[in-house]
Each structure stands twice: as structure tokens, then as C-alpha cells.
Design a protein around this ligand. Structure first.
Ligand SMILES: [Zn+2]
Length: 316
């Protein structure tokens, strides 16, 4: 909790996000269950997501649901239920492939397929994208903007994970950044240590770290004037998901650690703060900051990867 950067005060907002995918979609189990095996797996995502919706409803909380296109096709009624409950429906892509492993044209097709299907189901424009396994990379950003997204929320500004992606110029001290004119990056929360951070945004880390310590970390982030962005998955409250013989021990650990405790922890966290969707965080941030100066700057900059590093403008 040291080296907290100087940030603008008064932006201690909490945004909640759920990546709507099933237990067999994770990168952890990809070596055992490939894409061709998905149709044969037991579908558990609908029940688990509905339980999360109940928890949010009980606590008057709203969030952003990044829905995998594959899930949206299997469970259209689930997407409609999420939207009807007042949450933001956003895209987690279609086939849950690591972004930096794809050709740009394949990435574009994957995201577009997901976005169009979600918009058909909800009748609303999808504003946000989250990359599978946070595998965002610079060349993807202009493609997302071309596809009429307003923001990406895929960056975990840490060095502590083997699969996470990178965006030039964004670090743990810049939790929200205007990457291009009209397009934002909303980072997954970390506790900043210099330019890097300790992952404090959710997932396996939330299941692993003692709850009381986790809450202290969240409060430290909020006290510093930064927003807090949390993520979780429906399969992470499902202790009865199938076990996979032959799965590498480190992957099995990431997939299963403390699953039996996580629904209770998730409910406690939801009840401990006031939660909004990420689109509300961006709209409030945009209204609170003078982005006209940034727009003037962006017009002088090249598009794409280079602009991300130059325009990145967090709370410093
Ligand atoms: Zn995912």
C-alpha cells in the first residue's frame, strides 16, 4: 500500500464487472478442453449468472456484464435478463481466444460477431469490450474504436501474470486513460507500486487473499482518489463445477482455489460498497475532466499504438 501516486481527489467510485463465460472457457482448462469440446460440456453459466444477478439485486448494485458471444448464442434469455435488470451488457468477444495470438482481421471478426449478436438481443449499442484473459494489445485498440466501442477494460497493469497483455504507456498509476479521441481504457484495479501494481481487481486473487485484507486494499485504493474496478466470473461461485483429471497443477489451482468460499465473499463485497457499471464510471470521468484539451492534443498524434502511449492521461 505504499507509493500511491498523486491523483485527483474525489473520484473514489466503485465499478463492478462480470465476465460471463462458463467453467470450460477459461485459459486454465484450454489444454484439456479445446474449442471443439465445448458443446459436450455441461452448461452451468446460466444458473451461476442468475445467482449473481440475485446477489446484485439484493444489494441494489449495478454492474457491467462482458458476455462471451458463444454464451449469448446458447443462452439468449440470459442476456435479456441481464439487460432487463438494468445492468450494462458489454462484449467479451466470441470465441475466448487470446487477442495477441490472433491476426487483426480474425480479432475484428470475432469481436464484431459478438457485438452484433448482443446488440440484436438487447436493442442497445454495446459500448465496452474486455479481452479474454486480459490479453489486450496495442493494435486492437483502433479496431475496437472502428467497431464503435467507447472503451476497453482489459488491462491489468502488473508484471505478475504470464498471460496478460500490455498497452503502451498505461501503468498502475493511470486507472482510466483516454487512449484516442472518444475511446478510453479502464484498467482492472491494482495497488500501485511505482508504475506496476499488485493485482487487486478480482478473479483468482480475490479468492486467494483473505477477505479482510482484500477489503483493506480496496479502501486504500479508494482513499487515494482512484476508482476501484472489480471483476469476477460466474464459474468462480460454482464449487461443484466438474474436476478435470490431467490438468496441470498450477492451472487447477488457479481454477479451483477457494471456490467453496467465493459466493459468500462475493456477496459480502457487493454489500460493502456502492457499485455502478463501467459505462457510468467513464461518463462521470469524462464529465469531471476537461477532455477538450486532450482532444486538441490527439489531433496532432498518429493513430494506433503510438497514440496510446502519448495520450494516456490518468489521474496525475
Ligand atoms: Zn474470459
Amino acid at each position: 500500500m505504499t507509493s500511491t501516486p498523486a491523483v485527483r481527489p474525489g473520484f473514489s467510485r466503485t465499478a463492478l464487472s462480470i465476465d460471463v463465460e462458463d467453467w470450460f472457457h477459461t485459459a486454465n482448462v484450454a489444454s484439456v478442453i479445446g474449442r471443439q469440446g465445448w458443446d459436450a460440456c455441461e452448461l452451468r453459466v446460466e444458473r451461476n449468472t442468475m445467482r449473481m444477478l440475485e446477489i446484485l439485486d439484493e444489494n441494489d448494485a449495478r454492474g457491467t456484464f462482458f458476455v462471451l458471444g458463444w454464451v449469448a448464442e446458447k443462452c439468449p434469455q440470459l442476456v435479456r435478463a441481464i439487460a432487463a435488470a438494468g445492468h450494462e451488457v458489454a462484449s467479451h468477444g466470441y470465441g475466448h481466444e487470446l487477442v495477441y495470438s490472433l491476426e487483426p482481421s480474425a480479432f475484428r471478426a470475432d469481436v464484431l460477431r459478438s457485438k452484433q449478436h448482443l446488440e440484436d438481443l438487447t436493442g442497445k449499442r454495446v459500448r465496452g469490450y474486455r479481452a479474454p484473459s486480459f490479453s489486450i494489445t496495442d493494435w486492437a485498440i483502433p479496431i475496437l474504436q472502428e467497431l464503435c466501442f467507447d472503451y476497453d477494460s482489459s488491462l491489468v497493469p502488473t508484471v505478475a501474470h504470464d498471460r496478460y497483455g500490455r498497452l503502451s504507456g498505461i501503468d498502475a498509476g493511470k486507472p482510466v486513460a483516454l487512449l484516442r479521441d472518444g475511446f478510453y481504457e479502464v484498467c482492472i484495479s491494482c495497488i500501485p507500486i511505482g508504475t506496476h501494481g499488485i493485482p487487486w481487481g478480482g478473479g483468482c486473487y480475490f479468492r486467494l487473499i483473505p477477505y479482510s485484507m482484500w477489503i483493506q486494499g480496496v479502501r486504500a485504493i479508494l482513499r487515494s482518489g482512484m476508482p476501484y474496478v472489480f471483476y469476477f466470473h460466474p464459474w468462480e461461485i460454482d464449487a461443484h463445477q466438474p474436476r478435470l483429471p490431467g490438468l496441470k497443477a498450477s492451472y487447477a489451482f488457479r481454477q479451483r482455489v477457494n471456490l467453496h468460499r467465493s459466493e459468500g465473499r462475493f456477496a459480502a463485497l457487493v454489500g460493502a460498497f456502492k457499485w455502478d457499471p463501467i459505462c457510468d464510471l467513464i461518463d462521470a470521468w469524462s464529465a469531471a475532466h476537461d477532455t477538450s484539451q486532450l482532444r486538441g492534443t490527439t489531433s496532432e498524434l498518429p493513430s494506433g499504438a503510438a497514440s496510446a502511449s502519448l495520450i494516456a492521461n490518468g489521474f496525475r
